[in-house]
Design a protein. Sequence first.
Lengths: 488, 95
Amino acid sequence: MSSNTLTIEAARDALRKREITSVELTEACLKAAGASTKLNAFVHHTPDLALEMAKAADARLASGDAPSMCGIPLGIKDLFCTRGVPSQAASNILSGFTPEYESTVTSKLFGDGAVMLGKLNMDEFAMGSSNENSAYGPAINPWRDGLTPGGSSGGSAAAVAADLCIAATGTDTGGSIRQPAAFTGTVGIKPTYGRVSRWGVVAYASSLDQAGPMTKSVRDAAIMLGSMAGHDAKDSTSADIAVPDFEAALTGDIRGKKIGIPREYRMDGMSDEIDALWRRGAEMLKDAGAQIVDISLPHTKYALPAYYVIAPAEASSNLARYDGVRYGMRATLNAGDDITDMYEKTRAKGFGKEVQRRVMVGAYVLSAGFYDAYYNRARKVRALIKRDFELAFADGVDAILAPATPTPAFEIGKKSDNPVEAYLNDVFTVTLNLAGLPGVSVPVGLSASGLPLGLQLIGQPWQEAELLNHAYVLEKSAGFVAKPAKWW
Amino acid sequence: MSIDTETARKVAHLARIRVEEADLPALAGELSNILTFMEQLNEVDVSGVEPMTSVTPMRLKRRADVVTDGDIQEKVLSNAPDAREGFFAVPKVVE
């Protein structure tokens, strides 16, 4: 077994016992990543930097001062700004952009000794659920050629599932960590809004964006989240709340906990397969001593339309900065073109179709005469969606169990024609972003077609430790060990 | 809500994205389709509900009003498509 298949937990223990060095581990990952062109997961490789970081980690391990992430090779989503390394959010408008600064999340991970292997593919500006909206072309699901690994963190999910790295960073605005994790048989957690700093993460929709780990196990997610989380003075929405030891919370004991099953998530036309998986997950938690209760989240149906008003509105404002002046590309101009021509031509050339669509939808819903009808109404509905969850938690519910996705991974090209149909992918995941709640996707079974299926657990604000413990129980009961057979 | 070609043109301009004349009808159709989807929100009774302004009920922290960095002109300009003599350069703005 090659060491790139290790979990963070196993790699950490082996590194600490000096059974393996970080350089060896990093070389194994670099080899796997270098031979994965067909997956199109890694879009910028940084082998020299990786080996330099690995050597430093080995020195630190030898000195006995080694945090859990020390020496662990990671893939980093292209949305994170990494100093001196291309960071272009999978957009042509940021082609050639190499930040002069490091995002808080990557600073924290690298400060703990983690190693960067390179940057990972994604949907442009994190807008998408299939990784097809990427300037680099789509990432491919290692489970089967031609299938999407999901999105927007599709490269991260593909890289973790294919053992090209030990773990990866992701970001989640409407499901972009949890949906790709479910499509690839990996674990992904979106923390509570404010748990992880957004500083240096290219912004999509600032009131919804959160970064989180994408890993091979729940324990790995707990370890890596501990390194990523914490207050940051550079992000005014980052919470000044102590970060607990998430790994220590994995006791496997959920006796007496109350798990809510939201009836509104049982959608019309839900496949029998997903329904059966959901019931099986509830049985597993019940067998572990939890109490299963039916709950109601009455405004669930309106989460998607509310999201597709709020997210584009924030995006149109955030993406106004791409003007062809300060960074990235500028379109070729004709003699006599003025500054407005420069803006319009640069943004037409630099942004992909879906990004243009969302920026325009956002401009429309924020424009005079429509602000109240769309944007303010969506924010009111958002308040109601958040209240639904608050009422459920006030009733004593500890966590909520729901499907992560309506289907297993689908074929690339299948849902790209109709934007509204593509948006339906996010039906089970967007509610949490609107409410700011933590959610984790755990692989639980295989579909009839042999593809991974995941369930989602939703927790109370700031209770990621307890949430991960529930996920840990689900993971143990499900015993999901399948891996994709290598074809790439 | 149906978006006509003229509105699509206005939206594209608001967003500062150049859309060719021939592509406006298709854009209008796409935007109409998305807005129709959003109109489900009209079914919700939102009377007496305040629009949500912050995700978590906490006061934004304030920092001391002091300079914390500076003298990084080169770094600020290093990614500009056109920087000259310490400035960002753009097409002529004043006639």
